[in-house]
Ligand binder design. Structure first.
Ligand code: CP
Ligand code: NVA
Length: 320
Protein backbone atom coordinates (compact mmCIF):
# COMPACT_ATOMS: atom_id res chain seq x y z
CA UNK A 1 0.00 0.00 0.00
CA UNK A 2 1.30 3.48 -0.78
CA UNK A 3 2.15 5.73 2.12
CA UNK A 4 -0.89 7.67 3.27
CA UNK A 5 -0.96 10.94 5.09
CA UNK A 6 -3.75 11.22 7.64
CA UNK A 7 -5.08 14.37 6.00
CA UNK A 8 -6.22 12.12 3.13
CA UNK A 9 -8.36 9.98 5.41
CA UNK A 10 -12.05 10.60 4.70
CA UNK A 11 -14.82 9.33 6.97
CA UNK A 12 -17.82 7.91 5.07
CA UNK A 13 -19.77 11.17 4.66
CA UNK A 14 -23.19 9.60 4.08
CA UNK A 15 -23.00 7.85 7.47
CA UNK A 16 -22.48 11.01 9.55
CA UNK A 17 -25.00 11.02 12.43
CA UNK A 18 -26.45 7.60 11.50
CA UNK A 19 -26.91 4.60 13.79
CA UNK A 20 -25.39 1.18 13.19
CA UNK A 21 -28.08 -1.27 14.29
CA UNK A 22 -27.72 -3.76 11.41
CA UNK A 23 -25.90 -3.73 8.07
CA UNK A 24 -29.32 -4.00 6.37
CA UNK A 25 -29.52 -0.23 6.96
CA UNK A 26 -26.34 0.51 4.97
CA UNK A 27 -25.83 0.42 1.22
CA UNK A 28 -23.30 -1.95 -0.30
CA UNK A 29 -21.30 1.10 -1.34
CA UNK A 30 -21.20 2.31 2.29
CA UNK A 31 -19.99 -1.10 3.48
CA UNK A 32 -17.19 -1.03 0.88
CA UNK A 33 -16.28 2.53 1.92
CA UNK A 34 -16.12 1.50 5.61
CA UNK A 35 -13.82 -1.41 4.74
CA UNK A 36 -11.53 0.86 2.70
CA UNK A 37 -11.41 3.34 5.58
CA UNK A 38 -10.69 0.52 8.06
CA UNK A 39 -7.82 -0.71 5.88
CA UNK A 40 -6.30 2.79 5.77
CA UNK A 41 -6.78 3.35 9.51
CA UNK A 42 -5.17 -0.02 10.26
CA UNK A 43 -2.16 0.90 8.15
CA UNK A 44 -1.81 4.33 9.76
CA UNK A 45 -2.26 2.92 13.27
CA UNK A 46 0.56 0.45 12.68
CA UNK A 47 2.72 3.36 11.52
CA UNK A 48 1.87 5.17 14.78
CA UNK A 49 -0.08 7.79 12.80
CA UNK A 50 -3.75 7.13 13.55
CA UNK A 51 -5.46 10.49 12.85
CA UNK A 52 -7.19 12.26 15.78
CA UNK A 53 -10.53 12.40 13.96
CA UNK A 54 -12.55 12.24 17.19
CA UNK A 55 -10.55 14.68 19.35
CA UNK A 56 -12.70 15.86 22.25
CA UNK A 57 -15.50 13.33 21.55
CA UNK A 58 -16.86 10.79 24.03
CA UNK A 59 -18.45 7.42 23.32
CA UNK A 60 -20.65 5.96 26.06
CA UNK A 61 -20.31 2.17 26.12
CA UNK A 62 -23.16 0.33 27.86
CA UNK A 63 -22.89 -3.37 28.58
CA UNK A 64 -25.70 -5.67 29.75
CA UNK A 65 -23.52 -8.72 29.02
CA UNK A 66 -19.88 -9.81 29.31
CA UNK A 67 -17.30 -8.75 26.75
CA UNK A 68 -13.58 -8.89 26.12
CA UNK A 69 -13.09 -7.91 22.47
CA UNK A 70 -15.94 -5.42 22.08
CA UNK A 71 -15.16 -3.48 25.22
CA UNK A 72 -11.41 -3.28 24.68
CA UNK A 73 -11.52 -2.59 20.94
CA UNK A 74 -14.05 0.25 21.29
CA UNK A 75 -12.22 1.79 24.23
CA UNK A 76 -8.81 1.58 22.55
CA UNK A 77 -10.29 2.64 19.21
CA UNK A 78 -11.71 5.85 20.71
CA UNK A 79 -8.34 6.56 22.34
CA UNK A 80 -6.45 6.00 19.06
CA UNK A 81 -8.82 8.48 17.35
CA UNK A 82 -8.11 11.10 20.04
CA UNK A 83 -11.41 10.66 21.89
CA UNK A 84 -12.61 8.84 24.99
CA UNK A 85 -14.60 5.65 25.51
CA UNK A 86 -16.54 5.50 28.76
CA UNK A 87 -17.45 2.01 30.05
CA UNK A 88 -20.75 1.60 31.88
CA UNK A 89 -22.37 -1.60 33.10
CA UNK A 90 -26.14 -1.33 32.84
CA UNK A 91 -26.61 -2.58 36.42
CA UNK A 92 -24.73 0.50 37.69
CA UNK A 93 -26.95 2.89 35.72
CA UNK A 94 -30.43 3.98 36.78
CA UNK A 95 -31.47 2.06 33.64
CA UNK A 96 -30.76 -1.07 35.70
CA UNK A 97 -33.29 0.14 38.31
CA UNK A 98 -36.04 0.87 35.82
CA UNK A 99 -35.35 4.37 34.45
CA UNK A 100 -37.02 4.41 31.06
CA UNK A 101 -35.15 3.92 27.82
CA UNK A 102 -36.44 7.19 26.26
CA UNK A 103 -35.34 9.21 29.30
CA UNK A 104 -31.95 7.48 29.33
CA UNK A 105 -31.50 8.16 25.61
CA UNK A 106 -32.28 11.86 26.02
CA UNK A 107 -29.95 12.25 29.02
CA UNK A 108 -27.11 10.46 27.22
CA UNK A 109 -27.62 12.69 24.18
CA UNK A 110 -26.80 15.74 26.30
CA UNK A 111 -23.46 14.36 27.48
CA UNK A 112 -22.10 12.08 24.80
CA UNK A 113 -21.28 12.09 21.07
CA UNK A 114 -22.27 8.46 20.52
CA UNK A 115 -23.47 5.33 22.30
CA UNK A 116 -22.24 1.77 21.85
CA UNK A 117 -24.50 -0.77 23.51
CA UNK A 118 -24.37 -4.54 24.06
CA UNK A 119 -27.88 -5.56 25.06
CA UNK A 120 -30.08 -8.59 25.52
CA UNK A 121 -32.84 -7.29 23.30
CA UNK A 122 -32.52 -5.82 19.83
CA UNK A 123 -35.89 -4.09 20.37
CA UNK A 124 -34.44 -2.25 23.35
CA UNK A 125 -31.52 -0.98 21.25
CA UNK A 126 -33.94 0.18 18.54
CA UNK A 127 -35.94 2.10 21.16
CA UNK A 128 -32.77 3.70 22.52
CA UNK A 129 -31.77 4.77 19.01
CA UNK A 130 -35.23 6.19 18.28
CA UNK A 131 -35.02 8.49 21.31
CA UNK A 132 -31.31 9.43 21.13
CA UNK A 133 -30.18 12.37 19.02
CA UNK A 134 -26.66 10.88 18.79
CA UNK A 135 -25.55 7.76 16.85
CA UNK A 136 -26.20 4.39 18.49
CA UNK A 137 -23.90 1.48 17.60
CA UNK A 138 -24.97 -2.11 18.18
CA UNK A 139 -22.25 -3.99 20.08
CA UNK A 140 -24.29 -7.25 19.98
CA UNK A 141 -27.93 -8.03 20.64
CA UNK A 142 -29.94 -11.24 20.60
CA UNK A 143 -30.34 -10.82 16.82
CA UNK A 144 -27.32 -9.01 15.35
CA UNK A 145 -23.60 -8.30 15.77
CA UNK A 146 -22.75 -5.91 12.90
CA UNK A 147 -19.36 -4.71 14.19
CA UNK A 148 -18.18 -8.30 14.28
CA UNK A 149 -19.33 -8.79 10.70
CA UNK A 150 -17.37 -5.76 9.47
CA UNK A 151 -14.22 -7.17 11.10
CA UNK A 152 -14.99 -10.54 9.50
CA UNK A 153 -15.19 -8.98 6.02
CA UNK A 154 -12.02 -6.96 6.60
CA UNK A 155 -10.18 -10.17 7.54
CA UNK A 156 -11.52 -12.11 4.57
CA UNK A 157 -10.54 -9.29 2.21
CA UNK A 158 -7.04 -9.24 3.67
CA UNK A 159 -6.59 -12.99 3.26
CA UNK A 160 -8.63 -13.78 0.12
CA UNK A 161 -8.91 -10.44 -1.70
CA UNK A 162 -12.04 -9.92 -3.81
CA UNK A 163 -14.98 -11.65 -2.10
CA UNK A 164 -17.60 -11.63 -4.87
CA UNK A 165 -18.49 -15.20 -5.82
CA UNK A 166 -16.47 -16.74 -2.98
CA UNK A 167 -18.17 -19.43 -0.88
CA UNK A 168 -18.80 -18.83 2.83
CA UNK A 169 -19.97 -21.77 4.97
CA UNK A 170 -21.28 -20.96 8.43
CA UNK A 171 -21.70 -24.08 10.57
CA UNK A 172 -23.78 -24.05 13.74
CA UNK A 173 -26.30 -21.88 15.51
CA UNK A 174 -28.37 -19.50 13.35
CA UNK A 175 -27.69 -16.74 15.86
CA UNK A 176 -26.74 -13.05 16.08
CA UNK A 177 -23.28 -13.69 14.60
CA UNK A 178 -24.67 -15.85 11.78
CA UNK A 179 -27.26 -13.20 10.87
CA UNK A 180 -24.78 -10.33 10.70
CA UNK A 181 -22.10 -12.35 8.93
CA UNK A 182 -24.59 -13.41 6.27
CA UNK A 183 -25.88 -9.84 5.80
CA UNK A 184 -22.30 -8.60 5.37
CA UNK A 185 -21.41 -11.42 2.98
CA UNK A 186 -24.61 -10.79 1.02
CA UNK A 187 -23.49 -7.17 0.46
CA UNK A 188 -20.25 -8.60 -1.01
CA UNK A 189 -22.11 -10.93 -3.42
CA UNK A 190 -20.77 -14.10 -1.77
CA UNK A 191 -22.22 -17.61 -2.05
CA UNK A 192 -23.48 -18.11 1.52
CA UNK A 193 -24.51 -21.47 2.97
CA UNK A 194 -25.61 -21.77 6.60
CA UNK A 195 -25.77 -25.27 8.09
CA UNK A 196 -27.80 -25.47 11.29
CA UNK A 197 -29.62 -28.27 13.09
CA UNK A 198 -33.39 -28.25 12.62
CA UNK A 199 -34.92 -25.76 15.06
CA UNK A 200 -31.72 -23.68 15.28
CA UNK A 201 -31.81 -22.06 11.82
CA UNK A 202 -31.51 -18.28 11.31
CA UNK A 203 -34.70 -16.30 12.02
CA UNK A 204 -36.95 -16.55 8.98
CA UNK A 205 -37.64 -12.85 8.30
CA UNK A 206 -33.92 -12.16 8.55
CA UNK A 207 -33.14 -15.01 6.14
CA UNK A 208 -35.66 -13.62 3.64
CA UNK A 209 -34.00 -10.19 3.69
CA UNK A 210 -30.51 -11.71 3.42
CA UNK A 211 -31.62 -13.77 0.44
CA UNK A 212 -32.96 -10.68 -1.38
CA UNK A 213 -29.79 -8.71 -0.63
CA UNK A 214 -27.54 -11.59 -1.76
CA UNK A 215 -29.40 -11.97 -5.05
CA UNK A 216 -29.32 -8.22 -5.73
CA UNK A 217 -25.52 -8.26 -5.17
CA UNK A 218 -24.98 -11.24 -7.50
CA UNK A 219 -24.53 -13.75 -4.68
CA UNK A 220 -26.73 -16.45 -3.14
CA UNK A 221 -28.02 -17.58 0.26
CA UNK A 222 -29.01 -21.05 1.36
CA UNK A 223 -29.85 -22.71 4.69
CA UNK A 224 -29.27 -26.46 5.06
CA UNK A 225 -28.99 -29.05 7.84
CA UNK A 226 -25.96 -30.67 6.19
CA UNK A 227 -22.58 -29.29 7.36
CA UNK A 228 -20.89 -31.48 4.72
CA UNK A 229 -22.89 -29.94 1.90
CA UNK A 230 -22.18 -26.46 3.26
CA UNK A 231 -18.40 -26.79 3.37
CA UNK A 232 -17.84 -28.48 -0.01
CA UNK A 233 -15.46 -26.22 -1.94
CA UNK A 234 -15.81 -23.44 0.68
CA UNK A 235 -13.36 -20.53 0.72
CA UNK A 236 -14.28 -19.70 4.32
CA UNK A 237 -15.61 -21.82 7.17
CA UNK A 238 -17.02 -19.93 10.14
CA UNK A 239 -18.50 -21.12 13.40
CA UNK A 240 -19.64 -19.69 16.73
CA UNK A 241 -20.52 -21.13 20.14
CA UNK A 242 -23.51 -23.46 20.42
CA UNK A 243 -24.77 -21.71 23.55
CA UNK A 244 -24.79 -17.92 23.41
CA UNK A 245 -24.83 -15.56 26.37
CA UNK A 246 -28.20 -15.75 28.08
CA UNK A 247 -28.93 -19.32 26.84
CA UNK A 248 -26.91 -21.12 29.53
CA UNK A 249 -29.94 -23.04 30.80
CA UNK A 250 -30.23 -24.69 27.35
CA UNK A 251 -26.57 -25.78 27.26
CA UNK A 252 -27.14 -29.53 27.72
CA UNK A 253 -29.84 -29.85 25.07
CA UNK A 254 -27.79 -27.69 22.69
CA UNK A 255 -24.71 -29.92 23.14
CA UNK A 256 -26.80 -32.85 21.93
CA UNK A 257 -28.54 -30.95 19.12
CA UNK A 258 -25.25 -29.63 17.66
CA UNK A 259 -23.13 -32.78 18.10
CA UNK A 260 -22.93 -33.40 14.32
CA UNK A 261 -22.01 -29.77 13.62
CA UNK A 262 -18.47 -29.67 14.99
CA UNK A 263 -15.89 -28.08 12.70
CA UNK A 264 -13.15 -30.72 12.73
CA UNK A 265 -10.47 -32.15 10.44
CA UNK A 266 -12.90 -34.46 8.64
CA UNK A 267 -15.30 -31.60 7.88
CA UNK A 268 -12.70 -29.06 6.73
CA UNK A 269 -11.14 -31.67 4.41
CA UNK A 270 -14.16 -31.07 2.13
CA UNK A 271 -13.37 -27.36 1.74
CA UNK A 272 -10.80 -25.75 -0.56
CA UNK A 273 -7.28 -26.56 0.57
CA UNK A 274 -6.54 -22.89 1.28
CA UNK A 275 -9.84 -22.33 3.11
CA UNK A 276 -9.93 -19.63 5.82
CA UNK A 277 -11.25 -20.52 9.26
CA UNK A 278 -12.93 -17.75 11.27
CA UNK A 279 -14.64 -17.64 14.67
CA UNK A 280 -15.84 -14.48 16.43
CA UNK A 281 -14.49 -15.81 19.78
CA UNK A 282 -14.76 -16.70 22.60
CA UNK A 283 -14.40 -20.33 21.42
CA UNK A 284 -14.98 -23.65 23.12
CA UNK A 285 -12.32 -26.03 21.81
CA UNK A 286 -13.58 -29.59 21.17
CA UNK A 287 -17.20 -28.36 21.15
CA UNK A 288 -18.01 -26.26 18.06
CA UNK A 289 -14.41 -26.50 16.76
CA UNK A 290 -11.46 -28.76 17.41
CA UNK A 291 -8.13 -27.32 18.52
CA UNK A 292 -6.60 -28.84 15.38
CA UNK A 293 -8.70 -26.45 13.26
CA UNK A 294 -8.81 -23.26 15.34
CA UNK A 295 -5.11 -23.51 16.20
CA UNK A 296 -4.18 -24.82 12.75
CA UNK A 297 -2.58 -23.11 9.73
CA UNK A 298 -5.87 -22.05 8.09
CA UNK A 299 -7.15 -20.18 11.15
CA UNK A 300 -7.11 -16.37 11.17
CA UNK A 301 -9.10 -15.84 14.37
CA UNK A 302 -6.62 -13.53 16.09
CA UNK A 303 -6.18 -11.33 13.01
CA UNK A 304 -9.99 -11.28 12.94
CA UNK A 305 -10.16 -10.24 16.62
CA UNK A 306 -7.61 -7.46 16.02
CA UNK A 307 -9.64 -6.24 13.06
CA UNK A 308 -12.53 -5.38 15.38
CA UNK A 309 -10.38 -2.42 16.44
CA UNK A 310 -9.80 -1.08 12.93
CA UNK A 311 -13.26 -1.82 11.51
CA UNK A 312 -14.89 -0.06 14.46
CA UNK A 313 -12.59 2.94 14.14
CA UNK A 314 -13.93 3.35 10.60
CA UNK A 315 -17.48 3.20 12.00
CA UNK A 316 -16.74 5.63 14.84
CA UNK A 317 -14.89 8.13 12.62
CA UNK A 318 -17.80 8.14 10.16
CA UNK A 319 -20.81 8.18 12.48
CA UNK A 320 -19.67 10.46 15.34
N1 CP B 1 -16.58 -11.44 19.49
C1 CP B 1 -16.99 -10.67 20.51
O1 CP B 1 -17.90 -9.85 20.40
O2 CP B 1 -16.28 -10.85 21.66
P1 CP B 1 -16.62 -10.27 23.10
O3 CP B 1 -17.87 -10.97 23.58
O4 CP B 1 -15.41 -10.61 23.93
O5 CP B 1 -16.84 -8.79 23.01
N1 NVA C 1 -23.27 -15.73 19.75
C1 NVA C 1 -22.40 -15.32 20.83
C2 NVA C 1 -21.42 -14.31 20.33
C3 NVA C 1 -20.45 -13.79 21.37
C4 NVA C 1 -19.51 -12.76 20.81
C5 NVA C 1 -23.24 -14.74 21.96
O1 NVA C 1 -24.21 -14.02 21.69
O2 NVA C 1 -22.93 -15.05 23.12
Amino acid sequence: MKLLEWVNIKPVQSLKGKDLLTLFDYTTEEVHQLLDLATNLKFLTKEGKCPPLLAGKTLGMIFEKHSTRTRISFEVGMQQLGGYGMFMHSRDLQLGRGESIPDTAKVFSGYLDGIMIRANSHEMVKELAEHASIPVINGLTDLFHPCQALADLLTLQEVIGELKGKKLAYIGDGNNVAHSLAIAAAHMGMEIVIASPKGYEPVEWISEKISQLAISSGGSYQVTDSPQQAVVNADCIYTDVWTSMGQEQEATERLAAFSDFQVNDALVSLAKEEYVFLHCLPAHREEEVTASVIDGPNSYVFQQAENRLHAQKAVLASLL
